[in-house]
Write a protein that binds this ligand. Structure first.
Ligand code: PHB
Ligand code: FE
Length: 319
């Protein structure tokens, strides 16, 4: 009978059984730790950490285990950003090469994600990874983003490969009108962002739809909960397009709860750079994430050149 493989990354060791992922690590206190996560709840953040190339800043799989992107190297940590574990020396962290972490994380996904589980899907749309070793789901893991090399146009909008998700059935997509001077038809396009998002076949996986220098519009469809607790290293903005998402906002170093944010259509929220957030969407919802991709942003905030608190931005401009 086939069994799940175990993996080593620095001093971290990963094993899985039918129900749990186990993460083993040594600690400063001398007591080795074994941390357990429900297997689906481990594989969903793992898949996103790989797909997002470790994202901006901190990706916590839960309160204990995760990564911090240092853009070239990655800190892999256990317990370091959990108040009680940190205070009691029950933590470990290692700075590793990005490629090394990525390689092991992909190997874990290839071995541990079974064919009947899609880590990008909402729970109602997929099976579970619970249970004994079976065939893998390489297509889901190595899912390639659709890359466009030109402006999206109206005629692109009804690709049968991407049907409107059941969560958005019956939604009315309003289109504007274009009146184009003959001979210029190829230069113009009209797309409806709601329809584009309604056809998204993944959850909690922002796609970049516009780029203006470092300003990225990254809309996404959400359902169930964001599989990671994201500790950003810069300010980021959320614009709720429809549906509803509630956010838990916690201190990113201790995990202590700071605020609940309930977002409804039209609400705009700016998340400071020193917190972690996790969203909960009871129904399929559309969210526009607005990111500042300036690679120097973490240093700019650390040096005080740019505030990490959106409230202070207003003050600085007004000064
Ligand atoms: C975030 O951490 O800001 C984030 C990540 C993925 C999403 C939405 C928000 O789908
Ligand atoms: Fe975030």
């Amino acid at each position: 009978m086939q069994t799940y493989q175990e993996f080593q990354l620095g001093a971290f060791r990963f094993t899985r059984d039918d129900y749990f992922a186990h993460v083993f690590f040594p600690t400063a206190s001398g007591k080795p730790m074994e941390h357990k996560m429900d297997i689906d709840a481990f594989l969903r953040p793992l898949q996103r950490d790989v797909a997002w190339s470790f994202f901006y800043g901190m990706v916590k799989f839960d309160d204990v285990f995760g990564t911090i992107n240092h853009y070239g190297t990655v800190e892999v940590f256990g317990g370091k950003y959990h108040k009680a574990l940190k205070q009691n020396g029950l933590w470990h962290a290692e700075e590793l090469k990005r490629g090394e972490v990525e390689k092991v994380f992909i190997q874990i996904l290839e071995d541990w994600v079974p064919a009947d589980f899609d880590p990008f899907a909402a729970p109602r749309e997929t099976g579970s990874s619970i249970g004994p070793k079976r065939e893998s789901n390489l297509n889901a893991i190595h899912r390639k983003r659709v890359v466009t090399n030109r402006m999206a146009k109206q005629e692109d909008r009804q690709d049968p490969e991407f049907p409107v998700n059941a969560g958005f059935k019956g939604m009315d997509f309003q289109y504007g009108e274009m009146h184009i001077k003959p001979g210029h038809e190829q230069k113009f396009g009209l797309v409806n962002l709601y329809e584009y998002l309604a056809r998204s076949d993944v959850t909690w996986n922002p796609s970049i739809v516009s780029v203006l220098e470092h300003s990225l519009f990254c809309p996404t469809t959400e359902e169930h909960r964001l599989p990671v607790k994201h500790g950003n290293d810069r300010v980021e903005w959320f614009i709720q397009l429809n549906g509803k998402i509630d956010w838990e906002v916690c201190d990113q170093n201790t995990g202590e709860l700071k605020a609940y944010v309930q977002m409804r259509p039209g609400d705009v929220c700016a998340m400071p750079s020193d917190i972690q957030h996790q969203g909960f969407a009871p129904e399929r919802s559309m969210l526009l994430v607005w990111e500042n991709a300036d690679p120097k942003m973490p240093q700019k905030i650390a040096s005080g050149a740019v505030p990490g608190d959106p409230d202070k931005m207003v003050t600085m401009k007004g000064e």
